[in-house]
Write a protein that binds this ligand. Structure first.
Ligand SMILES: [Zn+2]
Length: 269
């Protein structure tokens, strides 16, 4: 351990803004009381993909809709992982905005102002919520802020194949070859119930890195966020996460200290 920092996993940023009051309070407490605090730069990238981009999509659905019901239907029909989050955000903004949902034209205008502010502020708040951002694998993609131009947000995350956006994940992981060998054995020893798709991806990529030359084909590093964040937290005191399933089997072979945020116990039933 070189630094006394507690690393916050990406999920903590979601708990802080959820609709569940006890979860929000407990996560907020961690951010204010657990110091010094840190994140991996990769958390900025993950948060942008899982939250800021979804806000951009929600904005597009709202702006194209002639009623709240239409906006909800468009959001629901977009499919994929972000639907639940987007509907929860729509509800939250209507609630905290305190404005009338009729006439819709005015409600829509206010919603869009709110979403625009949130896109900008939520991205900026990630790095400013902690004392330090660690970027040991020099992830240039984590430094692409949301841009607004010609009535549209640009929220893409670049692919890391081009020379302009090099991926240093392999060099970073190579330093931890001994840990990765232990990790592969640990994941192999898990039953199907204990393992997960994420852990299997991590094992396959760790194996490739040890045994052959690894080329990050655009999205490879995005599949191993838990591994990258776990390894980055080794320079600090501990990793705080609610993600027990992936981090519990990894923290022993990779030798980082783990503290679990008790999400299930906090959740409103
Ligand atoms: Zn990459």
């Amino acid at each position: 351990m070189a630094f006394p920092h507690t690393f916050f996993d990406t999920d903590l940023f979601f708990h802080r803004i959820s609709n569940d009051p006890k979860v929000v309070a407990a996560a907020g407490d961690e951010f204010s009381k657990t110091r010094p605090s840190a994140i991996s730069a990769f958390t900025i990238l993950e948060f942008k993909g899982a939250y800021v981009q979804k806000l951009g999509l929600l904005r597009e659905k709202v702006s194209r809709s002639d009623s709240l019901r239409e906006a909800s239907a468009r959001t629901e029909n977009s499919g994929g992982r972000g639907v639940k989050l987007m509907l929860a955000l729509l509800l939250k903004y209507l609630d905290v905005g305190g404005f009338d949902i009729r006439p819709w034209e005015e409600a829509r205008r206010q919603l869009l102002v709110h979403i625009d502010a949130e896109i900008y502020a939520s991205y900026r708040s990630i790095a400013s919520s902690v004392d330090k951002v660690f970027d040991d694998f020099q992830c240039s993609r984590s430094q692409e802020p949301p841009l607004f131009s010609n009535t549209k947000w640009k929220l893409q995350i670049s692919n890391c194949t081009s020379d302009a956006i090099p991926c240093h994940v392999q060099q970073f992981l190579k330093q931890y070859e001994a840990e990765l060998i232990s990790l592969i054995q640990a994941i192999d020893s898990l039953t199907d119930d204990e393992s997960s798709r994420e852990l299997k991806n991590i094992k396959d990529i760790a194996f490739t890195i040890i045994h052959s030359s690894f080329y990050c084909s655009s999205k490879t590093c995005r599949k191993i966020g838990d591994l990258l964040i776990g390894l980055q937290s080794k320079v600090g005191y501990e990793l705080l996460t609610s993600n027990f399933r992936e981090h519990d089997p990894m923290h022993f072979p990779l030798k980082y200290r783990l503290r679990i945020f008790p999400l299930a116990a906090l959740r409103i039933k």
